[in-house]
Design a protein. Structure first.
Length: 406
């Protein structure tokens, strides 16, 4: 057989095997994994010892990214979760590390999706210089194509008797300039990349702390901007602050504390609240999240003291009732109700086993007045202080009564 033909057939078989292997890999590939990149800092960045290093990364996954892990020199440093338990198809995160130990350090990030699939890590190497040392700004990288290939210049044509064609006459100039290509100006893009609520479910009347992570995902500095947290339904229920400009690819953190949370709200945080910054994307400036406040404690108070008959008659049996209401948000356990007739040494006592939020109950006793005339009667709910209430100053009530002589 012709050796050349044998070699050709062998090459064809090798190509077919390679192609079939690639197709098999595509068909039998594993589950899709998220992707992640670090946009800041760059690998040639330097930081002074003790300086905060903001690691800005962007992760993507069609099923949703649930968390991003930051590793420093191979050790897990911190984990940040997506605002939604279902993950985000695109999640930008700022993770801060305080530069320590002068020398070279590797910062790497890994993203996970809702299926637990792990991205390939993305790493940068930065240098930490000793405190007080000189930090050199990153050197911009440039790239250029290879030099043009050499060409052979053909020799000039031999002279002939053929007359040369007439020279072309240049067209007269016109006043209309040639159109020039224009490009859109580069803009900043302010984004709320993360938030943390501590505690996520505050106690009734307690304080809540919120941390907002802001990043400039655009190509130029943002200029000063306003960030606002609207924590209640009213226009005045806001906390806000003006922040200085954010360079492109950098981020920052805003921390606020709100005392005395009494209700649960769907709150909204907005960066560039007034729209003063001209941005690449104006639709990614707000995040809505719920702050769920625990129900209020019980709150017992007396709404009425009544007599039957009214007014009572001296020496005759009378029925006394004290009406108790729980205006709190949780159930009140067992408590006592007492009533004093106004006559010396007379105290009646009743126990109510429990009272649901919003519910009412009557404590009632029979009583016969020995004397007659004008009396100041007095009632108290939770007289022993057994119930931990939101308001302990509304448990007493009084009523004047004129007892008719027999």
């Amino acid at each position: 057989m012709n050796p050349t033909r044998v070699r050709s057939v062998g090459l064809v078989l090798v190509v077919l095997l390679l192609v079939s292997g690639m197709v098999a890999c595509d068909i039998g590939g594993g589950a899709a994994k998220p992707t992640i990149t670090i946009t800041a800092p760059t690998s040639d960045a330097q930081f002074e010892e003790g300086e905060e290093v903001n690691v800005l990364s962007s992760a993507n996954d069609a099923k949703g990214v649930t968390r991003v892990e930051l590793y420093v020199d191979g050790d897990l440093y911190r984990t940040d979760s997506a605002p939604s338990a279902d993950g985000e198809t695109s999640l930008a995160v700022i993770q801060t590390w305080v530069a320590t130990d002068p020398g070279m350090h590797t910062l790497s990030v890994v993203a996970y999706n809702v299926d637990g699939a792990e991205s390939e890590p993305w790493a940068v190497t930065i240098e930490v210089v000793a405190a007080g040392g000189v930090v050199t700004p990153p050197t911009p990288t440039t790239s250029g194509g290879p030099p043009p290939a050499a060409t052979n210049t053909p020799p000039p044509p031999e002279a002939t008797d053929t007359p040369l064609p007439p020279e072309e006459t240049a067209a007269p100039p016109t006043d209309t300039p040639e159109p020039s290509a224009t490009s859109e100006p580069e803009l900043p893009d302010l984004v709320l990349t993360g938030l943390v609520v501590t505690p996520p479910n505050p106690e009734w009347g307690g304080a809540v702390q919120v941390r907002f992570d802001v990043a400039n995902m655009g190509h130029v500095a943002s200029g000063p901007y306003r960030i606002v947290w609207q924590y209640g339904p009213g226009a005045a229920d806001i906390i806000d602050d003006y922040k200085p400009a954010l360079p492109a690819g950098s981020g920052g953190t805003v921390n606020w504390t709100l005392d005395h949370m009494y209700e649960s709200y769907n709150t909204v945080a907005t960066v560039d609240f007034n729209g003063e910054v001209d941005e690449e994307n104006e639709d990614n400036n707000s995040e809505q999240f719920a702050v769920t406040v625990a129900p209020s404690p019980p709150d017992l108070h007396i709404t009425e003291i009544r007599y039957s008959p009214d007014p009572p008659v001296q020496g005759s049996s009378n029925h006394v009732g004290v009406h108790v209401h729980n205006q709190g948000g949780t159930e009140a356990g067992s408590f006592k109700v007492i009533w004093r007739s106004g006559e010396p040494g007379t105290v009646l006592e009743w126990t109510i086993s429990s009272l649901a939020p919003g519910a009412s109950a009557w404590a009632e006793w029979p009583y016969t007045y020995i004397g007659h005339g004008h009396f100041i009667t007095y009632a108290e709910v939770d007289s022993d202080g057994d119930v931990d209430e939101s308001n302990e100053d509304n448990n007493e009530a009084s009523r004047a009564i004129d007892v008719t002589p027999s």
